[in-house]
Design a protein around this ligand. Sequence first.
Ligand code: SAM
Length: 221
Amino acid sequence: DPSQAWTEVDEYLVQTLLPEDEVLELVVDENPAAGLPAIDVSPLQGALLSLLVRMTGARRVLEIGTLGGFSTIHLARALPPGGRVVTCEYEPRHAEVARRNLDRAGFSEVVDVRVGAALDTLPQLQAEGGDPFDLVFIDADKPNNPHYLEWALRLTRPGSVIVGDNVVRGGRVVDEASTDPVVTGTRSFLEALGEDPRLEVTALQTVGSKGWDGFALALVR
Ligand code: SAM
């Protein structure tokens, strides 16, 4: 079973590369206890999100899909002073757990959790007319990913970065005949990324403790 080796390597890399992190360990323990599914990014992927924020110097980050705030904490902790994360979550219960976790991690003043369907809260954000986002992390309901990409483009500027999670789905993404909206939504998302002249893109397959999946990365030209 190759996935066992992937998990072992992930554990080795976490131990070797990442500092002990009591706050995040608490989040990982508490989310299942609060009934949340364990579909947050892995610790190494979270560290990648932090690095992307730092490498790009992002000050304003938009996340679509908060869950318990595990990825949100990684994004928030990488911000410079005065930075902000706006994170959109449909399930009030997930948002409540996330707010508690963010509070405990010391980021309640930095993170704005918007509860509701993202296709309702994203237009509100646009109507509020804030500065463009420097980085967008798309990690919610995958069938809506093509719409989230359009919203990401409306809410960013040239030089902004857009990251999409779960674009490989254990290889199911190549199943042209699939009628699963998760697969068709992911394929439409990737096709839109590939066709859009406003974007420079790639996607990377990943293996590890979260199985076989991948990230899409885009730079707004
Ligand atoms: N980004 C999180 C992390 O890594 O810790 C994981 C997010 S989880 C994969 C997806 C989340 O998107 C779930 O909490 C789900 O309730 C939320 N979601 C589903 N449909 C949504 C929608 N229409 N608008 C906003 N959030 C939605």
